[in-house]
Design a binder for this molecule. Structure first.
Ligand code: AMP
Length: 457
């Protein structure tokens, strides 16, 4: 526990706590040698070790040291004791931009000025091969005169917590700023993903609320993947056009930074701070709303809350649960998630079964037994369990009950998987890995999740 007034490493006089993240606490401090204000991020070594992050932190700190730009929060020094890592950072007196925007959207020229600084910082880091991967309003700080300081560049391991198990620790918050290809986990280009997040930030600065927001995370996910957003009527046409190019769900056709920098709206007043350069609340979103603007529903600009187990499952298109479950009987199981109602899932399974010359020999609520019918020479039995996670979210598990394993695999790969694509949210694990130890017990499943990952229900 760091105490106010204590001197750290014979040089930094510790002041008040500025904020706190998952693995770290951030304190204001005075550098007694250079007589300057700094912020010190104190990271708990044990926590990061447990999360398997220490190597990544070391690597990313060295990356962060390289990212030098006037709009990137400067890293001065890194020190470590037995239990703690101390990262000494440039102090951004204005604090989080989030707090300013939460009070009201920004005027166009101020929003553009912030966006220009953001693009300039991101461009510089990208040229050095450094990608942020977690750009959002909460990572944008401002200094005394209101100019931008992007924080956590290259430090995404701390926020990001990607772990060895591959489970979705990457999004311990809302996916509101995350590009579709990142959520889809198709492997992504860091530069293009950062550009998407910059687009979301531009929208937020001008609108005072997020472009993709829904209390139902699955709906939010859908909106992101379709780039389904609406611009408030005060957005200038040039901004709408620019946003259309940035918030392009296809990373291949998404506008690159070089082209954003050539955009006429972007270039207006480039390099000059609008006067007055105060980042005060400019216009209250509420006031604008009460003027009767044709906006269906505005969402408050809210900080991401931690996801609960349901959200984690529902967002986890690449979630590999294999580590959670131990094989009990050596059979190959395969499962997928679906956002269709159970009746639609069952109907589709029956339809596909018939196409594949399988017959439904047993049907009991969320359980189906398929067996080979007359048209098939090889004997095969498949058990299918449908688990309800939430009424709008299901996990469907298939296993071979009897018959030849090779034939079963081939039928799954060439027949089942392609035919089920309309109802599948994501396939999980693969046929050799994912196995439930306890059968058909959702509560066990969720308890295990809670135990393993300490998530809230
Ligand atoms: P972080 O763990 O980086 O998210 O930091 C937690 C909070 O501490 C931030 O949201 C800021 O409010 C504050 N903070 C972090 N770094 C700085 C800094 N360099 N200068 C001023 N405040 C900071």
């Amino acid at each position: 526990m760091e105490k106010k007034g204590s001197i750290l490493l014979e040089r930094y006089e510790l002041g008040k706590l500025l904020g706190q993240g998952n693995f770290a606490k951030v304190y204001y401090a005075k550098d007694l040698k250079k007589f300057q204000n700094v912020a010190i991020k104190v990271i708990d070594k044990e926590k990061t070790l447990k999360a398997g992050l220490s190597e990544q932190i070391k690597r990313e700190i060295s990356v962060m040291k390289m990212a030098k730009h006037k709009n990137v929060l400067q890293l001065y020094e890194v020190m470590a004791t037995k239990t703690k890592i101390y990262i000494v950072l440039e102090y951004a007196k204005g604090g989080e931009l989030f707090n300013k925007v939460a009070k009201g959207r920004l005027k166009e020229d101020i929003a553009r000025w912030i966006f220009q600084q953001l693009i300039s910082a991101v461009d510089c880091c990208h040229s050095g091969g450094v990608y942020h991967r977690d750009l959002k309003l909460e990572n944008l700080l401002i200094d005394e005169d209101g100019s931008l300081k992007v924080s956590d560049f290259g430090l995404s391991a701390l926020i990001d917590s990607k772990r060895q198990d591959g489970l979705l620790h990457t999004m311990c918050g809302t996916p509101a700023y995350v590009a579709p290809e990142v959520i889809n986990r198709r492997g992504y280009d860091g530069a293009k993903a950062d550009i998407w997040s910059c687009g979301v930030i531009l929208y937020v600065l001008l609108a005072g609320h997020l472009p993709f927001q829904d209390s139902n995370l699955i709906e939010m996910y859908k909106k992101i993947t379709r780039a389904d957003y609406r611009c408030p009527n005060w957005f200038p046409p040039e901004v709408r056009r620019l946003l259309l190019k940035i918030l392009d769900p296809n990373p291949k056709t998404r506008i690159p930074i070089s082209k954003i920098m050539e955009n006429p709206w972007f270039k207006k007043g480039l390099g000059t701070r609008p006067a007055p350069a105060r980042l005060a609340k400019v216009e209250s979103t509420e006031a604008k709303l009460s003027e009767g603007n044709a906006i269906e529903k505005q969402f408050e600009l809210s900080k991401p809350s931690n996801l609960n187990a349901f959200d984690i499952i529902s967002l986890s298109s690449g979630l590999d649960l294999s580590g959670l479950f131990v094989a009990d009987d050596g059979r190959e199981d395969i499962r997928f998630t679906s956002i269709e109602p159970i009746s639609v899932i069952v109907a589709k399974l029956e339809e596909v079964a018939s196409e594949l010359k399988l017959k439904v020999s047993k049907k009991d609520g969320g359980f189906l037994k398929l067996v080979s019918s007359g048209g098939r020479r090889v004997e095969l039995g498949i058990d299918i369990d449908i688990f309800e996670v939430t009424p709008s979210f299901h996990v469907v598990e298939m296993k071979r009950a009897n018959g030849n394993a090779f034939y079963y695999q081939k039928m799954l790969k060439d027949g089942m998987q392609p035919a089920l694509k309309d109802i599948v949210w994501a396939w999980q694990g693969d046929s050799t890995q994912s196995r439930f130890k306890e059968k058909r017990c959702m509560s066990n499943f969720l308890c295990k999740l809670k135990f393993m990952y300490d998530v809230e229900f």
